[in-house]
Design a protein around this ligand. Sequence first.
Ligand SMILES: Cc1cc2nc3c(=O)[nH]c(=O)nc-3n(C[C@H](O)[C@H](O)[C@H](O)COP(=O)(O)O)c2cc1C
Ligand SMILES: Nc1ncnc2c1ncn2[C@@H]1O[C@H](COP(=O)(O)OP(=O)(O)O)[C@@H](O)[C@H]1O
Length: 304
Amino acid sequence: MSSNHRRFSKILTIGTFDGVHIGHQKILKRIVNLSKEKDLIPSVLTFFPHPRMVLQQNHSIKLLNTIAERRMLLEKFGIELICVKTFTREFANLSARAYIKDILINELNTKQVLIGYDHHFGKNRSANINDLKQFSEEFDFEIEEISAEDIAEVTISSTKIRNALNNGNISLANTYLGYNYFLTGKVVSGQSIGRTIDFPTANIFIEEDYKLIPKDGVYVVKSIINDTQYYGMMNIGSNPTIKNKPRSIEVHFFNFENDIYGNQIVIELLSRLRDEHKFETLEALQEQLRLDRESALVYIKSVE
Ligand SMILES: Cc1cc2nc3c(=O)[nH]c(=O)nc-3n(C[C@H](O)[C@H](O)[C@H](O)COP(=O)(O)O)c2cc1C
Ligand SMILES: Nc1ncnc2c1ncn2[C@@H]1O[C@H](COP(=O)(O)OP(=O)(O)O)[C@@H](O)[C@H]1O
């Protein structure tokens, strides 16, 4: 963080904000409104990796957003300063006092903190909002509590979104997110079978192994490629029809013919069409892909 940031006073909330879903968005909106009233910079203090990724061995936690996606979403909802603290064992061991003095005050120049009644922080998560209140007098900042209902909403939605995606219920996930769930990845080469059956597919490589990939199957998607929006259909799975094919995420875009190897693309998931199947022949798969395209186009027409 540049020392420049120190000059401006902040209104801050603290948390993982995974998903930046409708529950989070309500809190962010409150921060942005208060920041205007009080002439403070709307800010979020967040942590990466997720504490469980650091403190638990063999963790298998999957997150709704990569850290880059989280930043982008927080900015989109009006947050001007995003402070990402690297979560390490040393960080987890900071005393509550050092955490407040070093980070909230000296580094960020915080004047107001928006926090849930159940927020815990500092070594062993031993400090709570009452400790924060005591420190607020000493260090001269205000505290605003997030209501129990709003906190319940935040917790419920995160769990529900993860479950919905694992079950392939993309429309429910999108409702809780308040935007379409998306994957960010790079187009890499596959086995060049796609073009031989008239369905070339952009194979998507996602670098972050902690990103939650929805349930295997076929989805209607859309992407912006070189400033133009394209719809398409995506398969997530092990491609059982083809021998020795590794797991893949691949998209066939409609009305598209360009070479996009190496492009970084964002794929928004709109609807789920079906499970992945093993077909006896490549021709049978090709026939199914034609039917999938028909279903996808019907869906796209209904939402446009
Ligand atoms: C919309 C869509 C649906 C697919 N469904 C299946 C499927 O049900 N079973 C399967 O084995 N492969 C399925 N595939 C994967 C194809 O086997 C794969 O696209 C083809 O092998 C091309 O691979 P390549 O990109 O490595 O050339 C699907 C692909 C797409 C784009
Ligand atoms: N309609 C399309 N949808 C997706 N990719 C396309 C399309 N048209 C051309 N391409 C290009 O072709 C590539 C996929 O061709 P494909 O034969 O499936 O080979 P491979 O699986 O080896 O990448 C994509 O990565 C992209 O660069």
